[in-house]
Design a protein around this ligand. Structure first.
Ligand SMILES: [Zn+2]
Length: 377
């Protein structure tokens, strides 16, 4: 609420402008907070992050707090469009701009990068690494011990690869992975650390997981964007005719869904076992434990026109001692896969995720992956 009647009216008008209908930082609709020092309209969740940077931003509720005339005039003069044109003037194309669905560390570092460090106000200010190399320590979860240990990681743009070393002075890396088979995704809950990052890569066409974190949110988000940057530059060379936006869509991706389901074996008479499932685009992987390094198995989920479908429920007469009541059947050209979910909400979420990819046509690369899965089975 604003001081005078005129001020209140102006505040409402500015708030109602189309440019201010989405949070300036995460895109959430209908923001009802604003920063009186930056002049942006933001959501409640982003206002909490702004509040932690009081030297840069003072946040107030548009509904509950008092706005004086000068503050209303400031908001009227700025607003999301003007402020973005300043603080988001030069965002590198590979830089990941989080939305309201993303985790805290990504959103907080995005806000700090914009307003506190002003990384995007000038061209070429964002330096994730120098001389084509980023080197540093990340705490990596041991495959067998489950303990996190400091490990030296090295990302090389020239070589187009990511390496890590078990000993500080080791000459040979423990892994040396080509950048185009890497995916990185923040997994704070699963890893049990707010800065937890899961890096997956393909080896012999099978998925491998490593779990890392750094106590500095800036450092772990810098690693994430550095991986995206190296991938971007690698793919630019590999696909010179692809547009920047096409290449951007091929950088790191979030998993479509994760969670527990029960599954049975190919005869469909085996006991159902509880497994952790990860749907990474068309790869449905299952693990005994969510933090396992290797999947126990992987299923390729193709497109409807190639004979893939998903159905609610299990085929009638399915035997086996499943304990969860909400069944899902995935039909592939070769066999049926039967799963059960604990809740109906879970069942619907999974079916929505599967339907989404089954309805998409397959790319040439995906035909090659499908052929590999068929050859293997
Ligand atoms: Zn927001």
């Amino acid at each position: 609420m604003a001081g005078g009647d005129k001020s209140t009216k102006t505040l409402r008008e500015v708030w109602r402008r189309a440019e201010n209908s989405l949070c300036a930082d995460c895109g959430k609709p209908d923001p009802d907070w604003a920063s009186s020092t930056l002049g942006v309209f933001i959501c409640l969740s982003c206002s909490g992050i702004h509040r932690n940077i009081p030297s840069i931003s003072k946040v107030k509720s548009l509904k509950m707090d008092h706005w004086d005339d000068a503050q209303v005039q400031f908001l009227a003069k700025h607003g999301n469009a003007v402020t973005k044109s300043m603080y988001e003037a030069h965002i590198p194309i590979y830089y990941y701009q989080p939305t309201y669905n993303d985790c805290q560390v990504l959103r907080e570092q995005w806000i700090r990068a914009k307003y506190e460090r002003k990384e995007f106000t000038e061209l070429g200010k964002q330096l994730l690494y120098t001389d084509g190399v980023k080197e540093g320590i990340l705490w990596k979860r041991g495959r067998d011990s489950g303990q996190f240990q400091p490990r030296k990681f090295l990302l090389s743009e020239r070589e187009g690869c990511l390496k890590y070393f078990t000993k500080q002075d080791a000459k040979e890396p423990k892994i040396n992975v080509k950048i185009d088979v890497i995916n990185a995704t923040f997994q704070p809950e699963k890893i049990g650390n707010p800065n937890g990052l899961q890096i997956t890569y393909l080896k012999d066409n099978k998925t491998r997981n490593i779990f890392v974190y750094h106590k500095s949110g800036k450092e772990v988000v810098d690693w994430f964007n550095a991986i995206r940057s190296v991938q971007f530059h690698y793919l630019k060379v590999a696909f010179p005719i692809a547009s920047d936006n096409e290449i951007k869509s091929r950088l790191t991706r979030n998993f479509l869904k994760e969670g527990y389901m029960e599954k049975t074996g190919p005869k469909q008479r085996e006991a159902f076992k509880k497994r952790w499932f990860t749907l990474d685009h068309r790869r449905l992987m299952y693990f005994k434990d969510p933090l396992d390094a290797f999947a126990k198995g992987e299923v390729f989920v193709g497109s409807r026109e190639n004979g893939y479908s998903v159905q609610k429920g299990l085929p009638s007469g399915t035997q086996g001692n499943f304990s969860w009541p909400y069944g899902i059947t995935i039909v592939t050209p070769d066999r049926e896969y039967l799963f059960t979910c604990e809740t109906e909400a879970d069942q619907l979420d999974w079916i929505t995720a599967f339907t989404g990819i089954i309805n998409q046509a397959m790319t040439p690369q995906e035909y090659a992956i499908e052929a590999y899965f068929k050859f293997k089975s």
